[in-house]
Design a protein around this ligand. Sequence first.
Ligand code: SF4
Length: 427
Amino acid sequence: MTMEKTLILSSGKCSWGKCYACGWGKLEAPVDTDRLKARVESTSLLGVTKLKVFASGSFLDDKQFPRAFRQWFAGYIGQSRVKELVIESRPEYITQESLSDFKGIRLTVAIGLECADDKVLRAYHKGFTVAQWLKAVKLLRKNKIGVRTYVMVNIPFGNAKALNKTVALAIRESNSVVLINTFPHAKASLFDFWIVGRWKPLDKGQFEAMVSRWAKNKKIEVDYQNYAFVPKIPKERQEFIRGVGLSCLDHSHYNVWQDYFVRFYEKPIDKDIALFLPCSFRKPYAGSRTHVEIYEAIKEAKVFPRLHRIVLSSPGVIPFEFSDYYPFNSYDWPEWLETDKVKRDYIRFVKARVKEYLKTHKYKRYLCYFKYSAETYIALKEACRELKIPLKNLLDEKVYNQIKDEKNPLIQESALINIKKNLNRMS
Ligand code: SF4
């Protein structure tokens, strides 16, 4: 039986670092042979028969992994019970000399071909051609070394025809082929493509539909998502989004996140009651007086652990666990600047985003705590009505009418008693 293990070794930096979707290639670590050896020696290989080394770059690049370390590593693995070693490299480092250090080891070299089309590779900034990949593959075969090829599904600048051509060639030339869904790393240029709406990652259903025709091929492996992906917008592109109107509502950073919440996000499984809440001036919301008071009023309710708090605001739908992420902690919508048109646009955007969210994410119950006059409440109510979802406002209209002229009615004592009572009635 094969027992597989992955060893992540960070050393130096990918010599290329320019691939369009890759952020790992921009990371840099010290090149320290002693540290690398200690990392390897402290990794238990008990029972491991197949070891994969991931290095964000090229294991065969002397600048990233000094040859003396590789030779030591090959000896170390040779003396272990590991039967197969898989390493990664760009084609230019696959030479007779670099391969000679692994004599006696069953070796596989994985190469990120991504797409077998030179035009796409050029636009993608891959930095090598299909012919260069083929030359490396030929050398590996001559040395009886396994070839593993990574192919990117939904690569920017590519298309279905290029994918078909790539997979056919990769199957022909490789021992194994991994079809990888393309996601943009935070520091990658592809992220900008998504932000400006020129490219979108595939969700699970779309990806599976695209790769299903190869699913039965024994050489093929599919990889829908190989890291915990969230659209973390890099610091240098972040801004404070202040103002009212369409330019704020339709902000590209909000759009990318709303796309994520609808197509990729999975709500916590234990939270089966949605509780929609208003935003607050203070960010993150959890530190605001409004949210502290609401939390104090609801935290003892029997159903509290099942409540999924979701804030509705100008960015759209914000599951509470994301409230400290940019842009949800970096915006302000000054209500006093709102005109009638701005209010209408706000209702339209929030309603559309709530609808999209609720079409994907189902709850057993749908609750909210809003002022009856709030545009957000109007948007939520309309979205639920159109989706035929029963919505309950935990602030009774009668109570609201008594306090509506107070400053911040939602944290008036009678309102908080009201939400507490209404929640306590639920089982
Ligand atoms: S994909 Fe590989 S070769 Fe390209 S930048 Fe990233 S680590 Fe380097």
